[in-house]
Write a protein that binds this ligand. Sequence first.
Ligand code: PGA
Length: 266
Amino acid sequence: MKKIYFGTNLKMYKGNTDVVKYLSELSDFYNTFRSKYEIELFVIPSYTTLKDAVETVKIKMGTQTIKVGAQNMNPNENGQFTGEISPLMLKELGVKLVMIGHSERRHIMKETDQEENEKVLSSLQHQFITLLCIGETLEQKNYDISDEVLRTQLKIGLYGVNIEQLPLLRIAYEPVWAIGTNGVPATAEYANEKHAVIKQCLFELFGEEGNKIPILYGGSVNPSNSDELISQSYIDGLFVGRSAWDALNFHSLITNALKKAEDAEK
Ligand code: PGA
């Protein structure tokens, strides 16, 4: 069965009380999704909320049907890394997914491709679903080197990953110029074109198995562009920020996108 992916990164916006409320509403909605597709839904809140986030989903749904993810992770299991959070600490809480290399971490915290690579390897080794975020800046797009940038981020970020680990890997393509309040969403056509570049690079790295790695689009996804984005041939899912932070809005965005994906296939 074809699988469609939806996720949201809550950035530094919701504290514990808000995350519990949000996830309990989203869990109620989740039970109403009807689709011929399998859905993978994940929510990535702040570290301080993870314990209660995992518990909330478990209480509401029995299992962790909505996957709770962490926004970052130190690659080491323990050590002299004050202020950091290790894979073992996330495991202990029942976290299922780790996001690596979000544009804000690359550009505000100055994380490098090599650092993202260490985190990717550690995250996969610890059996987390691993969401590697990549994307070009506006300057790189204007120099017409977007494809080269994406290929570099993939080739360094995924260096040393084994074919057996690929079922845990997800890629989010988020052009930096499309993200956040000042972002301009990519057109569906542009996004699809870049997803094709990413797919091709994953094929070069991993052969046929590389073609199965899901690629989500993110960057100002909203109710007026989500349907068109999800209908594109190389877009396997949507990674949503602001338009997902109200559970009802996220629910209707997903419901509409699923319907659109079904219609597009007919
Ligand atoms: P946005 O955020 O949808 O609010 O642009 C996307 C992201 O940063 O992942």
